[in-house]
Write a protein that binds this ligand. Sequence first.
Ligand code: ASP
Length: 310
Amino acid sequence: MKHRRLLILAHGGAGTRTITAAQRSCLGDALAAGYERLRRGASSVDAVEEAIRILESSGLFNAGVGSRLQLDGARRMDASIMMGNQLRAGAVAAIEQVRHPISAARLVMEQTGHVLLVGDPATQVARYFKLERQPPPTYTQRTASRAAIRGRRSTQKMLSLYENMRREPLRVEPRETVGAVALDGDGSVTAGASTGGIPLMLPGRVGDTPLIGCGVYADNEAGAVCMTGVGEGIIRIAVAKEIVGRLATGTSPAAAAQWVLRKLARRIRGAAGALVLTPDSRFAIRHTTPHMCGGYWNGCGKPVVADRFK
Ligand code: ASP
């Protein structure tokens, strides 16, 4: 028997910080807009893209216009999207001057035969298809960033700077990565994510977000997963695919997420957060970080948004 309801989950990152009122309201808006798409009969791909575009535009999260800068002062962003019906996927890494990297990822999926485009060629493709642009970081933005104040340097100086900064205590950033998963009326799930990376990044660093199977995965035969947390750990466990693999064996979303997040902690002392959704509308939001900003909506009452899910 089919047991299915339209559903969307979104997050604004996992870490140590609590949610602000503005972030809470923006996540609520993103969930409402994504759900409205589903209600009008759009696909889960449309709903996920719509929700993430709102989060990318807000400047309240580490994605799109709010993205962090890398150590040379450049804003290089990563994003991906995956559809569970045909296992189609698209992603961009180290893309610059694009307002909506999630739309660039969708463009790769729909307009090219590839899964991942990187760097300047990815930016050029986004320009060719006339995606909305984002101006490069201003002098003020670069000087406000603890990374970019150092400006362009030789690789040797950059590496020693990076090593020194790695030893400093990390500042708690008020902004984190974004992502969403959704289930549409055809029973198809989609996962998407968009990020400006982590607080301290060498130029060219790419995290889990654009890597299919690491930051996102979606399969209508099991479910959709979107990850957040330090990508270096998530990549090494291929967390999203590992959670979907557990869903495929009948494990519940909460148990699948918990098992893999515990493995991440046990094997490599990683901490992360996950959105998990199955094609029969079961879902979980789980994190091993102190907080995770996120929420869900199934059309009843108001979108639920919180910064802790246990
Ligand atoms: N996973 C992202 C990255 O490593 C960061 C995050 O989720 O906050 O780039």
